[in-house]
Design a protein around this ligand. Structure first.
Ligand SMILES: Nc1ncnc2c1ncn2[C@@H]1O[C@H](COP(=O)(O)OP(=O)(O)OP(=O)(O)O)[C@@H](O)[C@H]1O
Length: 286
């Protein structure tokens, strides 16, 4: 599947499968992420070594692998935060070589392992700012007369409508992560790259988050970097397993679980930890 950079895709593009009966916002219908021969080298150390990845709209792709496998570096490379070689295209636009603000403008949003919301502002104000609909600073403290439709929709999607006037600093850990995802939605990110979204969450928060990602993933292109294998087994539509900067295996959860190479890396002598401290959750077989 190859697409020229900046080439707009047309309705009826046969390259991207669309399910029968699927109801998808036409803006997202033909989106897909295409990574080809991605390489990231830090001072001679090859952190990402020729990775190919294709993720279509409607998929919910999990990126897993032992510590140091290159997961976060791939997300950094896609979002203009790590020096990349190769090709990364989203919506037919080449992203390699673009500054991070231009990557964001191309419809790509990401979260980090720690939620970065404004604690002193309300949920609504955080979303307002993300939507670029922020009023001047002194008017932010006044109640709004009208909430922009995309903010209302995001509040509904992330389930925080009833907490719209609550300062973000008073939200529970999981709610902060959902707010951050909401901020990507109002920015109209069509590709969401989420780095360990359920780290530190309670069991119920994880399940809520999984259902939220399924809702979002039905429309948009979503890639989740995750170590939590229970979460993966419950919610991943597909999985890419990375090891030492390369794709080791790819498929459904059942397929990668059966892959002897995956079992070897997670349980065997290959270990996979390159100069990092092993963590219990990274050695659990998917
Ligand atoms: N800025 C950097 N400079 C040098 N080396 C780096 C840099 N960023 C990452 N690395 C190295 O690249 C490798 C891949 O790191 P990365 O953080 O992508 O792994 P990961 O799969 O996300 O691991 P984890 O699950 O522990 O977060 C590691 O060996 C890491 O030490």
């Amino acid at each position: 599947m190859s697409t020229q950079a900046d080439e707009p895709r047309t309705e009826g593009d046969p390259q991207v499968p669309v399910q029968v009966g699927e109801v998808v916002d036409p803006r997202f219908r033909h989106d897909y992420l295409q990574v080809r021969d991605l390489r990231v080298v830090f001072d001679g150390f090859v952190a990402v070594d020729g990775v190919d990845l294709t993720v279509t709209q409607g998929d919910l792709r999990f990126l897993i692998g032992p510590n140091g496998a290159g997961k976060t570096t791939i997300v950094d490379a896609i979002t203009g935060l790590a020096p990349a070689q190769g090709s990364v295209q989203f919506g037919g636009v080449e992203l390699v070589g673009k500054a991070s603000h231009r990557v964001a403008r191309a419809g790509v949003g990401r979260t980090f392992q720690t939620a970065s919301v404004f604690d002193g502002l309300t949920v609504l104000q955080n979303l307002d700012i993300a939507a670029g609909a922020a009023r001047r600073a002194r008017t932010l403290v006044r109640p709004r007369r009208e909430v922009p439709p995309q903010v209302e929709q995001a509040l509904d999607t992330i389930g925080l409508g009833h907490l719209r006037e609550r300062p973000a600093g008073e939200l529970a850990h999981g709610q902060k992560q959902w707010l951050e995802i909401g901020m990507l939605l109002v920015q109209d990110a069509r590709l969401l790259l989420l780095d360990e979204p359920v780290a530190g969450m309670s069991h119920d928060e994880r399940n809520e988050t999984g259902r939220l990602l399924q809702r979002i993933g039905a429309e948009r292109t979503v890639v989740v970097v995750e170590h939590d294998m229970d979460f993966l087994r419950s919610f991943a539509a597909s999985v890419t397993v990375l090891h030492q900067g390369r794709v080791l295996s790819e498929g459904t959860v059942a397929e990668v679980q059966k892959d002897p190479q995956v079992i070897e890396v997670y349980l065997g002598s290959a270990g996979g930890n390159r100069g990092t401290t092993p963590r219990r959750d990274t050695t659990e077989v998917p």
